[in-house]
Design a protein around this ligand. Structure first.
Ligand code: BGC
Length: 736
């Protein structure tokens, strides 16, 4: 439909019909059995409102979508099609590793492929818009939703957000297999105080702009059709009603022109925040801040028309919002093809197809991080090995946002062993303990059947595991968080593996010191004790559909690990929030030299995390030369080239991610001790040397200055090049 016809259509619509476009309802109102990703509210939704609601959340299959769309359009006075939206976060039926794990691959292009495959499958089920990517920067591992973010670095997050938007949307969302992306949660939802979900966010504007905004901005620049406002406050004003945030910053400064949606029932939450005195005021404030679609509070359908009639809101403003929504439907081609790609045949063709499985395997392999290895991995053929732990024989290898994936289609480590015949006869598998203590209640989006194991049975499992461990030459333990311990509303104060699994680890360690661990998790965990005792640790995160195969490929050496941490693993919870790019303090502490007491440090633990951002080992080793600069002074507009010579000093071909960090030594505002500005992944043969160069210019040296403007300042800089954020390999240069 051309734009004139779209505007004609808008003109013909009644006020109620227009407001209907601004209302999103759960599929549950239309058909029982849709997925619910938030509390179900009955208020505000009259039958008429349901009939006119312009978008639906939570429908997950083509047949239902087609039925609902048909009935909806038949009833709609202008036969306007509905938009179908859903959280397609890290896959649909084929499930990829959680985004935090994908960040560890340091390969945004691979995540573009994952998002593209997810879009293809979701589109087949009739989904038009995904509530992804989540671009929230994360620094606090207590927050359960760190699993949905690519991590703690603004540069890496920006690359990932852009790649995912491209993957979902492609060249044109009208094309077959493409869906619209929604960058969320604007803004800074990833910084709740003390890591408690939905809690207050308290950030300076400087920190907000420098660290948190870039990833959203990069998704918007990549053409994301939608943005979702966050639940949290920014500067004491809830984002959903925050005019400065949504109109001045998002619309005017960042130039976002697409559809802005609230989070689930967030307009109603303006009342609980104490920011609005009732539903009518909430409608006024959310609309005033620029929210186009009300997700599931019912407040827009209840009050917007009256607010126009009482002239509190001008109908012209409603028209602008509705135009954006109709334009999105039109861009998707829904006026001509209201079902778009939805079809049962399409679902059959794309769900878990070979192409998608291959991407899932590559992503799972590349996002595993080898944290420690004292010669244990790859496993030795012929060595009597016990595989012990609740992750040995489970298909729950996907994150909490993977409800569209069917766990029955996922194979466990135990099941996949037969594909590695030279190892199988020497491996004994044993569960050892339940996944979680039996008094722990966990609820997710899908029904989670509870393991019914009594206290006595657990003791027996532990005893049996100890016996098997005694007999083995080495033990690999498959341990970790339950997949419902991370995700939304899953904040934790003790970020350890479940205590029953820690008991199992201790019992096994007591009888066999040749112990290594494959760790599953949706967040960085406190693994200090395990890290001291285990000879090797492979971090597998929640690796998805092909997770078991990826892990076995790495354990057997068919593949080598190459992941680098996208988020620091703390030494202890007491360090949190911890992130590598912290500001310089007035009393810096250097643990390599003897210093007086009055330093910025802890008495009982180091300042550094246990495993830092950018860190990860592989099956070979590398040496890196000193940094070489092609000059030591540059003027504005010029570039300097910094390079290192990297040598593979081990015995097998390896992949290394060479990272370049900048430090601005003196500036008009305090600057971070290091900031990632570029990285390159290289493959090197044993004994081979490769030169890796990075160009540095104004772009790499810019920041928000004390006058609030973005740019660089003259002075001295350090360029660090290394294999993780701890690197001390630097040279200095001057910008004149
Ligand atoms: C989450 C969003 C999600 C929405 C719809 C909310 O609770 O915060 O990230 O997109 O539900 O499922």
């Amino acid at each position: 439909m051309n734009d004139d016809r779209l505007r004609d259509l808008l003109e013909k619509m009644t006020l109620e019909e227009k407001v209907g476009q601004m209302v999103q309802i759960s599929g549950e109102f239309l058909e029982k059995g849709s997925v619910l990703t938030g509390p179900m509210l009955e208020k505000g939704f009259t039958n008429e409102a349901i009939c006119l609601a312009g978008s639906v959340i939570g429908i997950q299959n083509a047949a239902t979508m087609r039925r609902i769309q048909k009935n909806y359009m038949e009833r709609h006075p202008h036969e306007i099609p509905a938009l179908f939206m859903m959280d397609v976060i890290n896959g649909y039926r084929t499930v990829f590793p959680i985004p935090l794990a994908q960040g560890c691959a340091f390969e945004p292009d691979l995540s573009e492929k994952c998002s593209s495959a997810a879009a293809r499958e979701a589109a087949s089920s009739g989904i038009h818009v995904t509530f992804a990517p989540m671009a929230d920067l994360v620094r606090d591992a207590r927050w359960g939703r760190v699993m949905e973010s690519p991590g703690e670095d603004p540069y890496l997050n920006s690359l990932y957000c852009r790649a995912m938007v491209r993957g979902f949307q492609g060249e044109d969302i009208k094309y077959s297999g493409k869906i619209a992306a929604c960058v969320k949660h604007f803004a800074a939802y990833g910084a709740p105080v003390a890591g408690r979900d939905y809690n207050t966010v308290e950030l300076s504007e400087h920190t907000l702009r420098e660290f948190y905004i870039p990833a959203y901005d990069s998704g918007i620049k990549a053409g994301a059709e939608m943005v979702m406002a966050a639940f949290n406050t920014v500067n004491r004003i809830p984002s959903t009603g925050n005019k400065w945030l949504l109109k001045d910053l998002l619309r005017k400064e960042l130039g976002f022109d697409g559809v802005l949606i609230s989070d689930w029932a967030a307009i109603e939450e303006l009342i609980a925040h104490g920011y609005c005195n009732g539903r009518k005021e909430a409608a006024e404030k959310a609309f005033g801040a620029g929210i186009d679609i009300d997700m599931m509070s019912g407040i827009y359908s209840e009050h917007l028309s009256d607010l126009v009639r009482s002239e509190t809101i001008h109908e012209k403003e409603i028209d602008k919002a509705v135009y954006r929504i109709l334009r999105l439907k039109n861009r998707l081609g829904l006026f001509e093809h209201p079902y778009k790609d939805a079809g049962e045949e399409e679902e059959k063709k794309y769900f878990l197809c070979q192409k998608h499985r291959k991407i899932a395997l590559e992503a799972a392999e590349k996002s595993c991080v080898l944290l420690k290895n004292e010669g244990e991995f790859p496993l030795k053929i012929g060595r009597k090995t016990a595989f012990i732990g609740p992750y040995v024989n489970t298909n729950k290898l996907t994150g909490s946002w993977s409800f569209t994936g069917d766990k029955k289609e996922i194979v466990s480590i135990k099941e996949i062993l037969s594909e590695y015949p030279e190892y199988t006869e020497n491996i004994t598998c044993m569960q050892g303990s339940p996944m979680i203590e039996f008094d722990m209640e966990l609820k997710g989006f899908d029904e989670e059947e509870k393991e019914k194991i009594s206290g006595d049975e657990i003791e027996k499992m532990l005893d049996d595991a100890e016996e098997v461990a005694k007999e083995a030459q080495s033990v690999v333990m498959f341990l970790g968080e339950h997949f419902l311990q991370s995700g939304e509303a899953a904040s934790r104060a003790y970020i350890t593996i479940p205590s029953v699994q820690k008991r199992l680890f201790d019992r096994v360690y007591n009888v066999n010191k040749n112990i290594s661990v494959v760790l599953f998790s949706g967040r960085p965990l406190d693994i200090m004790d395990i890290s001291r005792k285990a000879n090797a640790i492979l971090l597998a995160w929640l690796p998805g559909t092909e997770g078991a195969r990826a892990i076995m490929n790495i354990l057997t050496g068919t593949a080598a690990p190459e992941g680098k941490l996208s988020m620091s693993f703390p030494w202890s919870v007491g360090q949190i929030p911890i992130f590598y790019n912290s500001d310089s303090t007035g009393r810096p502490y250097d643990n390599h030299i003897q210093q007086d007491r009055f330093r910025s440090r802890y008495l009982d633990i180091p300042n550094e995390p246990l495993y830092p951002f950018g860190y990860g080992l592989t099956y070979t080793s590398f040496s890196i030369s000193e940094v070489v600069l092609d000059r030591t002074r540059i003027s504005r507009g010029e570039k300097i080239c910094a390079s290192v010579l990297v040598k593979n000093t081990g015995g097998r071909t390896g992949i290394e991610t060479i990272q370049m960090y900048i430090r601005d030594l003196v500036a008009s505002v305090v600057r971070p001790v290091k900031e990632l500005k570029a990285f390159k992944k290289i493959t090197i043969l044993p004994g081979e040397e490769k030169t890796v160069c990075f160009d540095i210019g104004e772009q790499e040296l810019s920041f928000y200055k004390s006058d609030g403007r973005y740019g660089c300042e003259e002075g001295k800089f350090r360029v660090y090049i290394g294999t993780d954020s701890r690197t001390d390999n630097f040279k200095e240069f001057i910008l004149e």
